[in-house]
Design a protein around this ligand. Structure first.
Ligand code: IVH
Length: 677
């Protein structure tokens, strides 16, 4: 058994070790042990303290989250007021600030401490003989609130300063903040619990610091960077601000690693650009940079005006986040026919520009963010990134907020809108007629692997569209040499060449033609498969969804797109006009002839897992036996073959009264007259 003397020694040792590891981790950013090793030390200390209550110490690292949850925060009068900073918004403001300071000091150049302006809350920590005795918020600058128990819960804050001879009094001042990562994690937890979320890390930090229950503060992981001092006693203050910060670090007080000493105003502006460029990569939000005259004797000479020092200034960045109101959501059709919901917001100045339209990308995004018309939203524009709606502020949702509905018809051409289940993007199905898709559709139509119209480049297509001469691919075939010759940079010769190339392209093949139509997901291989299966366009146009699915490698999604395309009357009209203009192809001998066999005339669906063959083998076998095989159960289905774990298809077939066969029965059906297996 260890004696209690030994235990006391071990407890002391552990406390020192733990504080030391905290210092290495938070202040030096150079941890010596893994998190697991650190936790083991904490565990050991907790065990000793609970087995030996006489060793308890309110300053033990195990006691960070102690103290009483009070019902209110006591008021604290600041011995040295907590001032604010003058703001600068332009280079000129900084040039003026530097010039005024130099003139007052009568010096040629000033070295500045250049620091990120952390977007959090100012706080002051009172250390007596090295021990944290009080922490207070800034409040109005003269009086703040006592938040000692909460600040003790911040792990990067030392309860005891490092070093043998701490000052009798040291009031260390800095900024409490929350990293973006902690903020996002907190908001996630809040919304999972159905609690209110925070609009930004700053509000989250403020809310967490002003928690009456310090255990909540502890779980919300706040951080703190120190940037100066208030009252001090029994300490030789170093001659420069940068040295003062180094001394704070030696005491175990964390400072921002981005702080630098720069020369003159040029150095200040270069620092602003440097930090500004990295703003989004920092782990925390900053709203500008702060310049402080580095020499403290010069700071004293410059003094204060009103509530701000003459020796420091904050050069603010344009705000990256603002709130505004969504007054409408409209849908825009892109070149590929994709419908994009765009939020129209009350214009707001954010990230240095005025924003009034913000893309919501697709309907999944609208649903995920739950944006409704009338909502107040947080808008973010960071760097050159396009503005985005970060989140809705649910508390501000008006009663008459309207949800965003995907239109059934294309806002540009009125064709119906096709949204495949499980896909985020909705598209206009009027590929051949939609003005928004015209350029892309016609370029594709004329491209080498499609109709192969020589000499019809993008610029020329643009001119033809802009002049109003061409709206659909069919219009290409009505162009005359004289008309084309009138276009910019077109002579009679190139015009004649183009018209000849168009005429030549009329003799095509069915696969090329199908590919040229630009049906969604129908590439060259699928076009070829469709052409070979149906032999000509008319049977394909007339084919049902199930019949299209019969084609090799065509599943329900592509079959759906094919059906949607031909179902659109406007597309059919363009095709009719193309044929009327003379576009033709040789009919293809149907490669797939329906086999004669025991399943001739049957429409078969196979579902579930079969024991003796793969589903594809089963499909092949059914086809070889003369059946038409499709993927989904419908009224036309005559036989459903079920393997293990069949799902909704079985239920549907039962509802429709379709004949159902298990694997053994299916084999019997196949074998009835086929060759012996
Ligand atoms: S110095 C007398 N340094 O900005 C100078 N403030 O607008 C006192 N802040 O209340 C402040 N980062 O909350 C200083 N590196 C920094 C800062 C900083 C953020 C905040 C602080 C202060 C406010 C002044």
């Amino acid at each position: 058994m260890a004696t209690s003397r030994e235990m006391a020694r071990r407890a002391r040792e552990l406390r020192e070790l733990i504080e030391n590891h905290n210092y290495r981790y938070y202040v030096l950013d150079d941890p010596q042990v893994s998190d697991a090793q650190f936790d083991a030390l904490m565990r050991e200390l907790r065990q000793i303290e609970s087995a030996h209550p006489e060793l308890a110490d309110p300053d033990s690292p195990t006691q960070r989250v102690g103290g009483q949850a009070s019902r209110e925060f006591r008021e604290v009068v600041h011995a040295v007021p907590m001032l604010s900073l003058d703001n600068a918004f332009s280079e000129q403001d900084i040039l003026d600030f530097d010039r005024r300071a130099r003139e007052r000091l009568d010096v040629a150049a000033i070295a500045y401490s250049a620091e990120p302006k952390i977007d959090g809350l100012a706080i002051t920590l009172h250390y007596q003989q090295g021990r944290l005795v009080q922490a207070a918020t800034r409040g109005d600058g003269s009086r703040g609130e006592d938040v000692t128990v909460n600040v003790r819960a911040i792990r990067s804050v030392p309860i005891q300063l490092r070093g043998r001879h701490p000052p009798a009094v040291l009031e260390a001042r800095g900024e409490v903040f929350m990293t973006r990562k902690s903020f996002e994690a907190l908001n996630r937890r809040q919304s999972e619990r159905g609690d209110k979320t925070f609009a930004n890390p700053r509000n989250a930090a403020a809310g967490s610091l002003r928690q009456l229950d310090p255990t909540i503060t502890a779980e919300r992981s706040l951080d703190l960077f120190f940037y100066g001092v208030g009252a001090t006693e029994g300490w030789r203050v170093p001659p420069r601000h940068s040295e003062l910060l180094a001394a704070l670090r030696d005491f175990g007080l964390r400072t921002c690693p981005e702080i630098d000493v720069v020369d003159g105003v040029e150095g200040c502006l270069a620092y602003y650009r440097r930090i500004g460029g990295r703003r989004d990569k920092l782990a925390y939000d900053i709203d500008g940079v702060v310049y402080k005259v580095d020499r403290l004797d010069w700071q004293r000479d410059l003094g204060f005006v009103a509530r701000a020092p003459r020796w420091a200034v904050a050069y603010k960045f344009p705000a990256q986040e603002e709130t505004t109101v969504v007054h409408d959501v409209q849908f825009y059709v892109g070149r590929t026919g994709a419908l994009t919901p765009v939020a129209h917001v009350v214009p707001v100045f954010v990230g240095g520009v005025t924003v009034s339209n913000i893309t919501l990308h697709n309907m999944d995004e609208v649903a995920r963010k739950d944006v409704r018309i009338g909502d107040t939203v947080v808008v973010r524009r960071a760097g050159d990134v396009i503005p985005e709606i970060v989140r809705v502020i649910p508390e501000k949702r008006p009663h008459d907020a309207r949800s965003v509905k995907l239109p059934a018809r294309c806002p540009v051409c009125n064709s119906h809108v096709d949204r495949t289940e499980g896909e985020a993007v909705a598209r206009c199905s009027g590929g051949l007629v939609c003005a928004a898709q015209r350029l892309g559709a016609i370029r594709h139509f004329a491209s080498r692997r499609a109709m192969d119209v020589d000499g019809l480049g993008e610029r020329l297509v643009e001119q033809l569209i802009e002049s109003g001469r061409v709206a659909t691919p069919a219009d290409l075939y009505t162009l005359t040499v004289a008309e084309v010759a009138e276009l910019e940079r077109m002579g009679p010769r190139s015009a004649a060449n183009l018209v000849a190339a168009l005429a030549k392209s009329k003799q095509t093949t069915l696969p090329r033609f199908l590919y040229a139509l630009g049906i969604r997901d129908v590439g060259e291989a699928t076009a070829l498969a469709l052409a070979e299966h149906f032999g000509d366009l008319d049977p394909l146009q007339a084919a049902s969804f199930e019949e299209v699915q019969e084609v090799r490698d065509v599943g329900p999604v592509v079959a759906g797109h094919v059906r949607e395309f031909f179902a659109e009357e406007r597309n059919r009209l363009v095709i009719k006009n193309l044929r009327a203009a003379g576009v033709t192809w040789p009919v293809i001998e149907r490669a797939v002839t329906v086999a004669e066999g025991p399943l001739t005339g049957q429409v078969v669906v196979i579902t579930g897992t079969l024991a003796t063959m793969s589903r594809e083998q089963a499909r092949e076998a059914a086809r070889a036996a003369g059946a038409t095989v499709t993927d989904s159960v419908s009224k036309k289905t005559t036989l459903l073959v079920v393997g293990a774990d069949a799902g909704s298809k079985l239920k549907k077939a039962q509802d429709l009264g379709v004949r159902i066969a298990d694997e053994a029965e299916f084999r019997q059906l196949l074998d009835r007259s086929g060759p012996a297996r």
